[in-house]
Ligand binder design. Structure first.
Ligand code: ADP
Length: 399
């Protein structure tokens, strides 16, 4: 005879089997993490669930996804290993059930600000794949009653499968990115090969040698930029986004950008204007990363605008968001290419005639902006100009 407990267990096992199939079917880390937290909440009958990923190199935990985040802005929030429940799970490699989280000394209270409902009860399990700890899966607030050893068992099973899926997705992303990178290395390397070959030729004039040396310098520069950008995008894609969330003044950041690119614009014979509101509310986010995103857009505007053109940096604030626009009167981008601009390594055919580049700048901008819960848009017309607009939510300010 099957009683009701057996019934529940059976249906949970069936759910687990279908979830496992689902997990194995995607290599996209974002989709995967979201599926895992949905499944964890459902299987343990919890109000919410979260994943924190553990970065072996820095020894830190990064709050990754949760079903009850107030806003995506808190993604990447660093949770200390020393002073948190998740840290305890990592250090002890063991599951834990806590019924009164707020009374627990290990509870990392800052997390309360980031989630919709405060944590009362918690069931946490380590994510271990190939004997390596990848992170922590937590189910938060049992809907009725307390978390049981049965819930713990089922979450451990889900966690084991989730850990392998996460590792596979990371390895796949890395190998994919490395393959693309190696492919992209070929062009500068073959240019270097030709130039060094020619420079050594006895019959080449001194002037020509200088010309080749110049092109070698340019290609080496490009390789070094590629290495920097590559590292950057690899970190952003690995799921260990290291956004340092802090309150900051966007006006200051934009003024710093202006000071940095003003000279460069002048040297390229471009007029550069800025119209930055002074009443932008305090933002919460990674100041340096936002600065980098704006600098990437400004540097592109300078690169792809012929001498005599105009570049404008301006902002507009509404109750919900702040918009940062970088306008130029440059070469523009046709609609067909606009769709691909944010892909890694993509450059509009012929772009190299105007400026050297890696094709990674806009991919980095997009990831930074989206990591802050924002969006980036492009409006452009060939031979007329381009406007890139970053929209950042102001949600966190009002609380
Ligand atoms: P890159 O290092 O090539 O500049 P990005 O990712 O920053 O890489 O930009 C990708 C491509 O988008 C560029 O190669 C260029 O073709 C196009 N692009 C970017 N910004 C502009 C702009 N302001 N005007 C015209 N084309 C642009």
């Amino acid at each position: 005879m099957i009683n009701s407990t057996d019934d529940t267990q059976l249906s949970q096992c069936q759910k687990l089997i279908s979830i496992s199939r689902d997990l194995a079917s995607t290599l996209d880390l974002d989709i995967l993490l979201n599926r895992i937290v949905q499944a964890a909440a459902e299987l343990s009958d919890a109000e919410a669930a979260s994943i924190l990923l553990y970065d072996q190199q820095s020894g830190k935990l990064h709050f990754q996804v949760t079903t009850n985040l107030k806003e995506p802005l808190m993604r990447g929030l660093i949770v200390p290993v020393e002073n948190s429940i998740a840290g305890w799970i990592v250090q002890n490699r063991q599951p834990i059930i806590i019924n009164e989280v707020q009374q627990d000394k290990r509870h990392f209270k800052i997390i309360n600000k980031a989630i919709i409902a405060p944590t009362q009860s918690l069931l946490g399990v380590p994510l271990i794949a190939r004997n390596k700890i990848t992170g922590v899966l937590e189910a938060i607030n049992k809907k009725s009653g307390l978390f049981t050893p049965g819930d713990q068992e089922i979450l451990m099973t889900l966690g084991a499968q989730a850990a392998v899926a996460i590792e596979n997705s990371r390895l796949f992303q890395q190998s994919d990115l490395i393959a693309e990178f190696v492919h992209e290395l070929r062009t500068p390397l073959s240019a270097l090969f030709t130039a060094t070959d020619l420079i050594m030729h006895p019959k080449v004039s001194k002037e020509k040698k200088l010309e080749f040396a110049d092109s070698i310098y340019g290609e080496v520069h490009r390789l070094s930029d590629m290495a920097d950008d590559f590292l950057h995008i690899a970190r952003l894609e690995s799921g260990r986004i290291q956004f340092r969330i802090q309150p900051f003044d966007l006006t200051d950041v934009l003024n710093e950008c202006v000071a940095l690119v003003h000279k460069q614009a002048e040297q390229s014979n471009l007029s550069f204007e800025s119209s930055i509101s002074t009443d932008i509310p305090t933002l919460h986010g990674d100041r340096d990363k936002i600065k980098q995103a704006v600098l990437n857009l400004l540097s592109n505007a300078i690169k792809y605008t012929p001498p005599g053109g105009d570049i404008i940096l301006e902002t507009a604030t509404s109750p919900d968001e702040v918009k940062i626009c970088v306008r130029d009167t440059g070469i523009g981008v046709s609609e067909t290419h606009q769709r691909k601009l944010f892909e890694k390594f993509y450059r509009v055919p012929g772009a190299e005639k105007h400026a050297s580049g890696t094709g990674l700048g806009l991919a980095i901008v997009k990831r930074i902006v989206e990591g802050h819960g924002g969006v980036i848009e492009i409006e452009s017309e060939v031979d007329v100009g381009t406007t890139f607009s970053i929209h950042l939510p102001l949600g966190s300010r009002r609380r």
